[in-house]
Ligand binder design. Structure first.
Ligand SMILES: *Cc1c(COP(=O)(O)O)cnc(C)c1O
Length: 390
């Protein structure tokens, strides 16, 4: 083998039990999917929590836009301007989040990465929860600011980092605290009210990534920030259109000056072609549904499915499934990477699709099966899981 051979690196990954493969699906949408052999799988792996990914009204909004205006967007919006679908989507996001303005990006990952690199530089400080999403960690690393990681949801650690940064920050430097509201691999929530108090006391800013709360938590699915009425005190609200909203793209909602600064500085906006207008049209339709009475009914169905799934997993004595379930993410922590992979494979043979999540996505020694509930899960789907768990 030649030096730098990718096959060698793959062997090393495999030797550590960390090899990943993309498993093909024949039909991938909804509570029941099928693999290419036609085998039926009850799907506990999707972030399509409200089932909106296959909502006919959303598909129709995209199809109508594509029929009338075509699919592609041609260039970055800074080059060729915005389609009315982009502007409408951003107005809707701002209204949904209760902020002055919003900016949509081609994906949530890009949004996190480019926002942090746009707003922070060498003179700034960034304090990030240890379990924050890879796009936030990557942005924190690339932006050049001094990075400090605080223990997961540890307010005492956060406060000592804030004091430390405040002592060193020059006048005009930014100190930004970054957290998720619902943690993607653990399903627990951040103590946002306390974090807001702390960042205000120490003259810092706060970015909250609501990827897994958008459409799910708070009035109309507006997110955890809206639950405790913290909207105006959170500086940067991040979210994705790709999970409970069932479409695609990421966003920042904030006051007008932050959004205008991002338009000037975010390289992921300037140097990337705008999302296709039909995608923006679909996302705008999804936001309307999420905030409507139909959205409330879907959230109730999701709550029922989450309760049933939680009971099923706790009854199976899954060692570390949280008992007071507030979100549809239910991690069953098994520890060893191999155990997680083998258990997921065994469940798949019994007709259950659930992903084994391994490091580096989660800390070493905490490999897990990550079950997610969806509004489309029926009691019978959960009963099938109980039978497969044996
Ligand atoms: C999924 C996720 C993202 C990325 O969003 P995409 O739209 O899938 O690119 C960002 N942050 C968190 C917390 C996520 O879970």
């Amino acid at each position: 083998m030649r030096p730098g051979d990718p096959a060698r690196e793959l062997e090393e990954i495999a030797a550590r039990g960390r090899l990943r493969r993309i498993a093909p699906l024949a039909e991938g949408q909804g509570a029941v999917v099928s693999d290419p052999t036609g085998a039926r799988l009850v799907n506990f792996s999707s972030n399509d929590y409200l089932g909106l990914a296959s909502h006919p009204g959303i598909g129709e909004a995209a199809a109508r836009c594509a029929r009338d205006h075509g699919f592609g967007s041609g260039a970055s919006r800074l080059v060729c301007g915005a389609f009315s679908e982009h502007s409408r989507l951003e107005d809707e996001i701002a209204a949904f989040k209760g902020t002055e303005a919003a900016l949509a990006f081609s994906s949530g990952y890009l949004c996190g990465l480019t926002t942090l690199t746009a707003l922070l530089g060498r003179d700034d400080f960034i304090l990030v929860d240890r379990l924050a999403h890879a796009c936030l960690i990557d942005g924190a690393r690339y932006c050049g600011a001094t990075l400090r990681v605080f223990g997961h949801n540890r307010l005492d650690h956060l406060e000592s980092h804030l004091k430390w940064a405040r002592c060193r920050a020059a006048a005009g430097s930014r100190i930004l605290v970054v957290t998720e509201s619902v943690f993607s691999m653990d399903g627990d929530t951040a103590p946002l009210a306390e974090m807001v108090e702390l960042k205000e006391r120490h003259g810092a800013l706060l970015l909250v990534d609501e990827a897994h709360a958008t459409g799910i938590l708070g009035p109309g699915g507006r997110g955890l920030g809206a639950v405790a009425d913290l909207t105006s005190r959170i500086d940067l609200h991040m979210g994705t259109l790709s999970k409970a909203l069932g479409t695609h793209g990421g966003f920042i909602a904030a006051s007008r000056p932050w959004i205008d600064l991002l338009i000037n500085r975010a390289r992921g906006l300037t140097y990337s072609t705008a999302p296709p207008p039909p995608v923006a049209a679909a996302a705008a339709a999804a936001l309307e549904i999420a905030a409507s009475a139909e959205g409330d009914a879907l959230r109730r169905a999701l709550g029922d499915a989450t309760g049933r799934l939680g009971n099923a997993l706790v009854a199976r004595a899954a060692p570390r499934v949280p008992e007071d379930v507030a979100t549809p993410i239910l991690p069953w922590v098994v520890g060893e990477d191999g155990t997680a992979v083998e258990t997921a494979a065994r469940l798949r043979r019994s007709g259950i699709l659930v992903p084994a999540i391994r490091p580096p996505t989660v800390p070493p020694g905490t490999a897990r099966l990550r079950f997610t509930a969806c509004a489309t899960h029926t009691p019978e789907h959960i009963a099938e899981l109980v039978r497969a768990l044996g």
